[in-house]
Design a protein around this ligand. Sequence first.
Ligand code: ADP
Ligand code: ADP
Length: 220
Amino acid sequence: PVILRLSSVTKTYTNGCHALLDVNLEVKEKEFLFITGPSGSGKSTLLKLLYGEELATEGEVIVDQFNMASLRGDRLSLLRRRIGIVFQDYKLIRQRTVAENITFVLQAQGYTRKEIQRRLEPTLKLVGLLSKADCFPDQLSGGEQQRVSIARAIVATPPLLLADEPTGNLDPDNSWQIMQILQKLNSFGATVIVTTHDEQLVRKCNHPVVQVRNGQLYRK
Ligand code: ADP
Ligand code: ADP
């Protein structure tokens, strides 16, 4: 089964910049897909179309059976709950502890305290941060902060995980740790899409690669 599909999608920003030009992409459930390409080639734009941060100018974007063109309000929130998102700059809340950063989304979504507690520990364990639950982001290394942001993205067990340059600020060792966590999540059944310009990292993993160049997609 297909979890998302882009059909003849063009994204033109209001300033006239064509970030994506007539692209097609189909991703199957439980697939692990790399999206590579130089800076400014359209990788982030592609992900933004998938989580509803930008709308396609032309063409159709279907994610988890939702048509993104007509998705607003409650239904967009509903889809976002089925998508975990990881950013290059972590986007953690500095005034909140690791545990609070991870459980914040669950609280907002009305999970009970018991259910939140039930989910927190295995999630912390998975990213190797059980001992850091009560630390604040500033007390953690970059690699640890990225692992917190992954924990936050997956604590509600979304079937789709999108990571936009998740290793962009990390050294090779930390990057590899992050990749191993993402691959483990994929082995548990999540569909994972990772953008990166780190060719070496891509080569170390045996996953399909789509390259973005000049707003076009190329299967490698
Ligand atoms: P990448 O993630 O590969 O670095 P982006 O998707 O961020 O690439 O950008 C693709 C192109 O779209 C670039 O030329 C960039 O300048 C342009 N772009 C991205 N976001 C915007 C925006 N909000 N407004 C105008 N142009 C944008
Ligand atoms: P809404 O914008 O409709 O209130 P949410 O409350 O679901 O939607 O999400 C608010 C913001 O939190 C989103 O813009 C998104 O960037 C972020 N977010 C939501 N869910 C997740 C998640 N599972 N992982 C990472 N970030 C998320």
